[in-house]
Design a protein around this ligand. Structure first.
Ligand code: P6P
Length: 340
């Protein structure tokens, strides 16, 4: 295959993507450079003292790994100087991250999970960076950007995607023009080269992916959904396999390429407060844009992820994402149980 870089591919498609100005290209370039730097550290993590925990906890009360913190700092440092953002938000930071006074600003808003799945780093499991790009909601945003200037439904995303650090480092992303494209980092030239043009998710797969250890914390409808994938005689008409890596980007990437469904249902560990663990803005919504543009579906069980109106930066949501057939099946069961 002819060696096509991300930016070359974007420029080839630029005519179809009116918003893709030089500023968007610059944003993508800086994000790509950040990923190359992170990939370098992830790939040598076993050799240098960058594994383990910083001893801090993030706002979710989760242990922060040194690589988490490192990836967060790399992205913030590079993107603050890109001159294209009005603000950004990170899983590793409680509030909006403003652009320091004196640095050039733009009207894009970047929200990201710097290193998702980082609890798996010590086991050398694939981990990833997930990103989502919006335009600020109004032309001029003041020097101090408010949440109300940038918080929007996933359907408003200008672009979204992820980097996955594994046997190879890949970038998968989509823009408003709809295509989903995969690029693989060729370390000998230091470029992401087109390897998976126009990714389409199979209409139906053979794999379901969920952490069944939480069975006793699920409500009846969720247990019925998961049981359906365990029943070879269900109207899905096939025997499924269970695959669960426990690293969202890895589980999602496999689902995107092979088909099937990834689920992180709400659980009732706290009977008074059912919770979905995954975050809407920088996990569910970007992956939902990717999967929909690849011909799949993403819901919270009942509702389309991209239509959920976010109320706060770190809002959580249940997530059912993958091939249309399986996600639609789950939605059917939740709808039935709601009407009972
Ligand atoms: P559980 C990793 O910590 C993560 O945020 C996602 O990458 C992954 O899908 C999920 O948590 C795994 O959670 O509860 O199954 O260990």
């Amino acid at each position: 295959m002819r060696q096509v870089t991300v930016i070359e591919h974007l420029l080839l498609h630029q005519k179809q993507v009116p918003m893709a100005t030089g500023r968007f290209t610059r944003l993508l370039n800086e994000l790509i450079l950040s990923a190359k730097i992170i990939s370098r550290e992830v790939n040598k993590a076993g050799l240098v003292d960058i594994l383990g925990y910083t001893g801090d906890k993030n706002i979710h009360g989760e242990q922060v790994t040194r690589l988490d913190e490192y990836a967060h700092r790399v992205i913030v440092h590079r993107m603050q100087r890109a001159g294209v953002l009005c603000a950004m938000a990170s899983e590793e930071h409680a509030d909006l991250i403003q652009i320091p006074h004196g640095l050039p600003v733009g009207d894009y808003f970047l929200v990201f999970d710097p290193l998702d799945g980082s609890s798996n780093i010590e086991a050398n499991v694939n981990i990833g960076t997930i990103f989502s790009i919006y335009r600020a909601k109004k032309e001029r945003v003041g020097p101090e950007v408010e949440l109300s200037d940038v918080l929007q439904k996933g359907i408003e995303q200008v672009a979204a995607g992820y980097f996955i650090y594994g046997p190879s480092t890949m970038m998968v992303y989509t823009t408003k023009d709809g295509g989903v494209h995969g690029f693989t980092l060729d370390p000998t030239v230091g470029e992401f080269l087109l390897s998976h043009p126009d990714i389409r998710i199979p209409e139906q797969g053979k794999i379901y992916s969920v952490n069944e250890a939480y069975w006793n914390y699920w409500d009846g409808a969720t247990q019925k959904v998961v049981s359906t994938f365990k029943d070879p005689n269900s109207d899905l008409g096939r025997l499924y396999s269970l695959r669960y890596i426990g690293s969202l980007v890895a589980d999602f990437h496999r689902t995107l390429l092979y088909g099937g469904i990834f689920m992180y249902p709400a659980d009732y560990r706290d009977p008074k407060k059912p919770r979905g663990k995954l975050r809407l803005l920088y996990e569910a919504a970007p992956l939902a844009m990717v999967v929909e543009h690849a011909g799949g579906m993403a819901t919270d069980g009942l509702n389309r992820i991209l239509e959920i109106e976010p109320q706060e930066l770190h809002q959580r949501t249940p997530l059912f994402i993958g091939s249309k057939k399986e996600v639609e099946k789950a939605r059917e069961i939740y709808k039935e149980s709601k009407s009972e």
